[in-house]
Design a protein around this ligand. Structure first.
Ligand code: SAH
Length: 223
């Protein structure tokens, strides 16, 4: 057992509340406006979702490796996508494709009634589930599958969020969006991805581009 005092408990460490407060200030300065999203990021311990060796970098505004060639998204991107998803009204039930570390899912679970999340790499999903249990998040359902098919048995969803980029947007996912629902997804090839928002308004898809982003690719099959 270490005899050194825990820096986090003194509020000075790289994983402390102060570090999270500073991250939130930075996100706000960089255009994130939704207080509800900023408040969740202020409270959620992002450092627990990454390897201990990287924990000191958890509150930098950067993507970090989580193993299996995947990354936990940059906090600004998580905040922006969440904000875009809830802007026209808080969804009740959300589908996330690409659980990864589980961080984006946990942000959503703190805001909405129920989150269903799908991940194709079993080992990542196991780690994420452990974190959901540890944080007592009981409103998350998860499964190991190819998320390009969505989750038909749980559909329709008021919100759908993809955290990996496909070349195009699959109709299978749009079909699982409830009337009035919102989908947020990075779309396009590496180096030329755009964040898209699609809303189901009066039986039509209203598409909007929210700017350039960089995500890992949406892959086929399960790992
Ligand atoms: N939301 C995650 C981001 C992880 S990166 C987080 O907050 O940490 C994107 C994730 O999408 C990776 O874990 C990758 O394995 C997963 N992924 C890629 N293609 C997929 C598919 N077809 N179905 C489900 N998950 C997929």
């Amino acid at each position: 057992m270490s005899m050194r005092p825990d820096p986090a408990s003194r509020g000075l460490g790289m994983t402390s509340q102060r570090a999270r407060d500073r991250l939130v200030e930075r996100l706000a300065a960089e255009g994130i406006k939704d207080r509800r999203v900023l408040d969740v990021i202020r409270q959620l311990p992002r450092h627990l979702f990454i390897d201990e060796a990287l924990a000191s970098r958890a509150y930098e505004d950067t993507a970090l490796p989580i193993g299996q060639g995947q990354t936990i998204s940059q906090p600004w991107v998580v905040a922006r996508m969440t904000e875009a998803l809830i802007e026209y009204g808080m969804p009740r039930k959300v589908l996330e494709i690409g659980t990864g570390s589980g961080y984006q899912c946990a942000v959503l679970a703190a805001l909405v009634e129920k989150v269903c999340t799908v991940e194709r790499i079993d080992e990542l999903l196991r780690n994420a589930r452990r974190m959901f249990r540890k944080l007592g998040m009981a409103n998350i359902r998860s499964k190991h599958a190819d998320g390009r098919l969505g989750w038909p048995e749980e559909a329709p969803f008021d919100g759908i969020i993809l955290t990996a980029a496909g070349a195009t947007l699959d109709d299978a996912l749009l079909d699982q969006l409830a009337p009035g629902g919102t989908l947020v997804a990075p779309v396009g090839p590496a180096g030329r991805q755009t964040l898209l928002r699609v809303r189901a308004v009066d039986g039509e898809w209203v598409r909007e581009s929210l700017g350039a982003v960089s995500f890992v690719p949406l892959l086929g099959g399960i790992g």
